[in-house]
Design a protein around this ligand. Structure first.
Ligand SMILES: [Zn+2]
Length: 262
């Protein structure tokens, strides 16, 4: 048996039998760990039950036969609590998109400390009240790059011309020049010069600002589609749900200014 101690965030919870829970944990040092929390749903005031229910960063203890195998969870305490996030529907929906994207791409037993840091930091931003749309669009773009699937900009993915990108091919994750991109608009959305520049800066992990909700929405759509494309071709269902919550007719849509970085 391997003893297990690490920081973790819960990606997924699956009720098991009467009182137990299987959780998929993204850990700081050991990638995704599937773990059994025996009897945890039977505890009324158990600290482990509360810890596993939220968006908190946890310190977990357990043991497993080997890395990547189902672990037995023996302890979970909250080291960074995020109570605001639980009560904010749009911020929680943004967190769900990160969970689905990571669930799709992070493999059990494969250490991905940069992915843990990205999730931890994104949840911190949402917890402190940063606007969910830019926070999520940024996080998904960084995730794409940290997974090694980042967009390629050096030259046009169609003809090889060293021109600034005017379009983005979702299928190939490459910028396209104006000539190659026109006529492929369905799979290759057009980019404004400011968005194209911002995307290149994000790829270098620099902070960016965009001036309109539409540009943030397009960045979110591009990042979510690229992640879905790379992770089996299915779109991220949670990203669609997040986008619907931003529509003006949605009952939980907050003020527009809340969705924008200023
Ligand atoms: Zn071209």
């Amino acid at each position: 048996m391997v003893p297990l101690e690490d920081d973790a965030v819960v990606l997924r919870r699956i009720p098991y039998r009467e009182s137990s829970l299987v959780v998929h944990l993204l850990t700081r040092h050991h990638g995704v760990i599937p773990a059994m929390a025996k009897g945890v749903r039977a505890q009324n005031k158990g600290t482990a039950r509360a810890a596993l229910a939220g968006w908190h960063t946890l310190r977990i203890q357990g043991r497993a036969r080997d890395w990547g195998d189902m672990a037995l969870l023996t302890g979970a305490e909250t080291v960074k609590s995020r109570p605001q996030l639980l009560a904010a529907p749009l911020a929680s929906a943004a967190g769900e998109v990160m969970r689905e994207a990571l669930q799709r791409h992070a493999a059990p037993g494969d250490p991905q400390p940069l992915l843990f840091l990205l999730l931890d930091e994104t949840l911190d931003r949402l917890e402190r009240g940063d606007p969910p749309l830019p926070t999520l669009a940024r996080a998904l773009t960084l995730l794409l790059h940290r997974l090694g699937y980042g967009w390629q900009w050096e030259r046009c993915g169609g003809c090889g011309a060293p021109e600034p990108s005017a379009f983005l091919s979702l299928k190939h994750g490459q910028g396209l020049c104006r000539r190659c991109g026109e006529g492929r608009a369905r799979r290759s959305p057009a980019l404004s010069p400011t968005l194209a520049l911002a995307m290149r800066r994000l790829a270098r992990e620099e902070e960016i600002t965009l001036s309109s909700v539409q540009e943030w929405m397009l960045l979110l759509r591009l990042a979510a589609a690229s992640i879905g494309w790379r992770g089996g071709g299915q779109p991220l269902a949670s990203a669609e749900c997040f986008r619907r919550m931003l529509e003006p007719s949605h009952p939980s849509t907050p003020m527009t200014s809340r969705n924008l970085v200023r």
